[in-house]
Ligand binder design. Structure first.
Ligand code: PBG
Ligand code: ZN
Length: 340
């Protein structure tokens, strides 16, 4: 619109914390966050992951306290990863009805039935070779693997999981899981597919946490090439056609374009996975005093929402929830807010 002196004064609405807060287009809230938990065997285990400060492998008995802490911060969902006592070539603990994740799901559901529990579905944490499926030599067998993944989904559903989330990137896994869930009476168990999961170097710290480093090779024969975006939309369309109820883009920061593109094209809930390496880099620079960790973290999470993610899986969830609380309290006092 034509202005009196020929230019538009954008600064008018940036003058005070109150104005900035009022016109902000995107808001972060603890309700958006899903906090990943690494559940390990043993009793009374709380073992910090060296490459991920403040992230722990915990035993099943520690889950109640953990869930209470998340609840108190306003976080209502977790995604579970398991570290079994025994690994084997077929990853049997993943689909053992009494496996580590099935026990974790039951423990959380007994304690707090309404807390949302998402079960990651893959074999790499359970196989002794660290690959996401059954091997023939060094080749991952697609169709044999999806049968096992379907069994994982069913045992997790039996244990009471709210959502199953396949992260393996085999072809046809969503259809196989949907069919198996339906045949076993779990018509109402949703599938959140890691639809566009890239072969990313940013998963390094996670593999320390989940003890899932492959003993040879890498995951490039099934995870996506970082140069591809159109292929991501084809993957997402296929997963939705196979029955996915919600989709995920992973990693988040380096794939904001894919998040934005997926938001435009698809009308299902869209999760962003703010992965381990993204977390560790911010924590490391923050600890060194090189960046303002609080502002960098909140700005990074905000970017994912602005790009179009509705939900964010993030190891920063607890810290971010505390910071957001502080900012809301400051806003109530009329004090400046750091995210503004
Ligand atoms: C298992 C899985 C991985 C992540 C989530 N599920 C690792 C991988 O593919 O090696 C990565 C999460 C993170 O880096 O935080 N397939
Ligand atoms: Zn895997």
């Amino acid at each position: 619109m034509e202005q009196a002196n020929g230019f538009r004064r954008f600064r008018r609405l940036r003058q005070t914390p109150g104005l900035r807060n009022m016109v902000r287009e995107t808001r972060l809230a603890a309700e958006d966050f899903v906090y990943p938990l690494f559940v390990t065997h043993g009793l009374n285990v709380r073992s910090e992951v060296p490459s991920m400060p403040d992230v722990y492998q915990i035993s099943v008995d520690q889950l109640r306290g953990e869930i209470d802490e998340l609840r108190a911060l306003g976080i209502g969902a977790t995604i579970l990863f398991g570290i079994p006592e025994h690994k084997d070539p077929a990853g049997t603990d993943a689909y053992n009805p009494d496996g580590i994740i099935q026990r974790a799901i039951r423990a959380i559901k007994e304690h707090d039935p309404d807390f949302v529990v998402i079960g990651d579905v893959c074999l790499c944490e359970y196989t002794d070779h660290g690959h996401c499926g059954l091997l023939d030599g060094e080749h991952i067998l697609n169709d044999e693997t999806i049968d096992l993944l379907a069994r994982v989904a069913v045992v997790q559903a039996e244990a009471g999981v709210d959502i199953v989330a396949p992260s393996d990137m085999m072809d046809g896994r969503v259809a196989a899981m949907r069919r198996a869930l339906d045949q076993n009476g779990y018509l109402e168990t949703p599938i959140l597919s890691y639809a566009a999961k890239y072969a990313s170097a940013y998963y390094g710290p996670f593999r320390d946490a989940a003890e899932s480093v492959p003993t040879f090779g890498d995951r490039r024969s099934h995870q996506m090439d970082p140069g591809n975006a159109r292929e991501a939309y084809a993957e997402i369309a296929a997963d939705i056609a196979e029955g996915a109820d919600a989709i995920m883009i992973k990693p988040a920061v380096t794939y904001l374009d894919v998040i934005a593109g997926a938001r435009e094209r698809f009308d299902v809930p869209l999760f962003a996975y703010n992965v381990s390496g993204e977390y560790s880099m911010i924590r490391a620079a923050g600890r060194a005093g090189w960046i303002d960790e609080r502002r960098v973290t909140l700005e990074t999470l905000m970017a994912m929402k602005r790009a179009g993610a509705g939900q964010i899986i993030t190891y920063h969830a607890k810290q971010a929830a505390r910071w957001l609380d502080e900012e809301r309290a400051a806003a109530r006092r009329g004090a400046p807010v750091a995210t503004g």
